[in-house]
Design a protein around this ligand. Structure first.
Ligand code: KIV
Length: 298
C-alpha cells in the first residue's frame, strides 16, 4: 500500500476531514499507531524527553532522529512519516538545513521533515521545498527555543504576538510548507490562522478549530504517572496498567506460579534418564525441589 502523501493530507482540509497525527519513536509505537489508523506519524524531537530522559528537546541530535525514524518507517506501510529536524540542524542557514534534511530523508525513508519557526526560516523552507523535500512548519510554542521563550508558556496571547504568529503562518504557507503545527496558543488564534490559510493546521494545545491534532504517544496513553499536560487527554492510564502487570509478573516468579507446564518445553523421559546416567559422576551442587518436566507431563 502506498503511503499517505502531502496532497492527500491537504485534501483532508478541503474535505473538512480531521487530520490525526501522533508521535512514534520505534517499531512498537509506530505499529500500534498504524494499526489504529493514524494518518501521520511524527518522529518528534520530544523523543529527547519521553524516550531519552532529557529535560528538553535541545540536546537531541541528527543521529538520534535518524536512529528512531528508521524503525518507524520500517514497521509501517501506510502512514506518512514526518521526521523532526533537531535543534542545531537548520538554525544556521539553508545550506546546513539542506544537507541535514537530504541526509535525513535519504537515510530513513521519512516522507517529510518538520522545522520550528516562522518568517525567520521561510527562506530555508522555500529552498527545501524547491529541492523536493516536503516541509511541515511549527509555530507558537516551539520547544527548541525554550531558552529564549523563558519556559513552556502559552504563545500569542497579546494582540501584537498574535498578529506576528498569523504573519509567521502565512509566510510558511507562501514558502511552500504543506501544513503547519500550532503549539500552545489560544483557540481563538488558531481559528484565525486556520481560516486564513489554505494549508492545514495541526494543533497541540491549540483548541478544536485546527484542521487536525497532534499528540505525544506517551501522553495520550498515560505512560508517565506524574506528567499530564492540560492539552493532553489520557485515554488510558497506561502507567498504572503496565506497572500492575509488571508487578504481577514479579509476584508470579517469586511465588513460582510462573512459568507453568503450559509455558515450558519438555524433553522425553528416556532422554532425561540417559543424560542422568551420562552425568552420574558429576557432582550436584544444588538439589532442586521439583523434578525436571518430562514429555509425559504434556
Ligand atoms: O517533537 C514533538 O513531539 C513535536 C510535537 C509536540 C508537535 O514537535
Amino acid at each position: 500500500m502506498k503511503r499517505i502523501t502531502t496532497l492527500q493530507i491537504q485534501q483532508k482540509k478541503t474535505n473538512n476531514e480531521k487530520i490525526v497525527m501522533l508521535t512514534a519513536y520505534d517499531a512498537l509505537s509506530a505499529t500500534l499507531a498504524e494499526q489504529a489508523g493514524i494518518d501521520l506519524l511524527l518522529v518528534g524531537d520530544s523523543l529527547g524527553m519521553v524516550v531519552l530522559g532529557y529535560d528538553s528537546t535541545v540536546p537531541v541530535t541528527m543521529e538520534d532522529i535518524i536512529h528512531h525514524t528508521k524503525p518507524v518507517v520500517a514497521s509501517t506501510r501506510y502512514a506518512h512519516v514526518v521526521a523532526d529536524m533537531p535543534f542545531g540542524s537548520y538554525q544556521s542557514g539553508w545550506k546546513d538545513a539542506m544537507r541535514n534534511a537530504v541526509h535525513l530523508m535519504k537515510s530513513t525513508g521519512a516522507s517529510s521533515v518538520k522545522l520550528e519557526g516562522g518568517k525567520r526560516i521561510a527562506e530555508t523552507v522555500e529552498k527545501l521545498v524547491n529541492a523536493g523535500i516536503p516541509v511541515m512548519g511549527h509555530i507558537g510554542l516551539t520547544p527548541q527555543s525554550v531558552n529564549t521563550l523563558g519556559g513552556y508558556k502559552i504563545q500569542g496571547k497579546t494582540p501584537r504576538s498574535a498578529v506576528k504568529l498569523i504573519a509567521d503562518a502565512k509566510s510558511l504557507e507562501e514558502a511552500g510548507a504543506y501544513a503547519v503545527v500550532l503549539e500552545t496558543i489560544p483557540a481563538a488564534l488558531s481559528h484565525m490562522i486556520t481560516s486564513r490559510l489554505n494549508i492545514p493546521t495541526i494543533g497541540i494545545g491549540a483548541g478544536p478549530y485546527c484542521s487536525g491534532q497532534v499528540q505525544v504517544f506517551h501522553d495520550i496513553l498515560g505512560l508517565y504517572k506524574d506528567f499530564n499536560p492540560k492539552h493532553a487527554r489520557q485515554f488510558i492510564n497506561g502507567s498504572n496498567l503496565l506497572t500492575n502487570a509488571i508487578k504481577e509478573y514479579k509476584n508470579s516468579v517469586e511465588d513460582s506460579s510462573f512459568p507453568t507446564a503450559d509455558e515450558s518445553f519438555f524433553m522425553e523421559e528416556r532422554n532425561i534418564k540417559l543424560i542422568n546416567s551420562m552425568m552420574e559422576n558429576e557432582p550436584v551442587v544444588n538439589s532442586m525441589q521439583d523434578a525436571p518436566m518430562s514429555e509425559k507431563q504434556d
